[in-house]
Design a protein around this ligand. Structure first.
Ligand code: PAF
Length: 277
């Protein structure tokens, strides 16, 4: 496994492979990331993983400096998965002095995570665009847990004619249903014990949908009521939106819906979602 810190070294190493899959990450890897690595290996043969805590996708009041990092452990896990290339650039390699070009998708900033985290998707789209240009992967792999990120990345790739296929893999969950996330490590044991209510609430709404409920207001209310049963869990938004435009729905139609929410447990902000189709 080659561990590379410069763009030049990645370009040279990349040239050895015909097809390669890229798994972009911010490190502190968990089973969700590793499932993407395995899928990339199955589908592309060779796998590159980037580990870069991207400063531009954090707002000044967010957790950039305390975002969990453990490069040694990450490298051990990736080595065991047979990864070919790991790209771990310093911030100055990605954003050198004089850097001034960003990828902006204005519609993304109006809804869900974009509305809650101004400039977050500008940072995500910019860094993903740069990583795709640097590694030039055949396919790039993202988890469904960051649903809006997958919509943003797919649109950017389409709009900018980037010749990489975007693959979105299902959310990997703990046995009690909590979606895996590097941020779960911030939860106290008390918060961790109640966090699975998030998935239970999403599942309950999905079951109502399967039983024929199409009124989005009723489904949002059902989720809100279930979350209210755990006072430590404070919902920030509960959304039932069109899965492509992410605009809120009154009634769920033929395209189904993305049902998603963000909730705070103390200072920890968790997101999760399910697709209704
Ligand atoms: O999902 C993430 O970990 C990040 O948003 C990504 C895609 C690696 C970009 O920094």
């Amino acid at each position: 496994m080659q561990v590379l810190t410069t763009i030049d070294a990645v370009r040279t190493a990349r040239a050895r492979f015909d097809q390669i899959g890229l798994v972009p990450t911010m490190g502190y890897l968990h089973e969700g990331h590793l499932s993407l690595v395995r899928r990339a290996r199955e589908e592309c043969g060779a796998v590159a993983v980037s580990i870069f805590v991207n400063p531009t996708q954090f707002s000044p009041r967010e957790d950039f400096s305390r975002y969990p990092r453990d490069l040694e452990r990450d490298l051990r896990l990736l080595e065991a998965e047979g990864v070919d290339l790991v790209f771990t650039p310093a911030p100055g390699e990605i954003y050198p002095e004089g850097f001034g070009t960003y990828v902006v998708l204005p519609a993304a900033d109006e809804v869900l995570e974009g509305a809650a985290r101004p400039s977050h998707f500008r940072g995500v789209a910019t860094v993903v665009c740069k990583l795709l240009n640097i590694v030039q992967p055949t396919r790039a792999y993202f988890g469904q847990k960051d649903a809006q990120q997958t919509v943003v990345v797919r649109q950017m790739v389409r709009d900018l004619n980037i010749p990489t296929t975007i693959v979105v893999a299902p959310t990997v969950r703990e046995p009690d249903g909590l979606a895996m996330s590097s941020r779960n490590t911030y939860l106290t044991s008390e918060q961790r014990a109640v966090a699975p209510v998030i998935y239970r609430a999403l599942r309950a709404a999905a079951q109502s949908y399967q039983a024929g409920e199409r009124d989005a207001t009723c489904l949002r209310q059902q989720i809100a009521d279930l979350l209210a049963s755990e006072p430590l869990v404070k919902p920030e938004y509960i959304s039932l939106a069109d899965p492509m435009t992410l605009l809120e729905l009154d009634t769920i139609g033929a395209r189904g819906a993305l049902i998603s929410l963000a909730a705070r447990l103390g200072s920890v902000r968790l997101i999760d979602n399910l697709l209704l189709d």
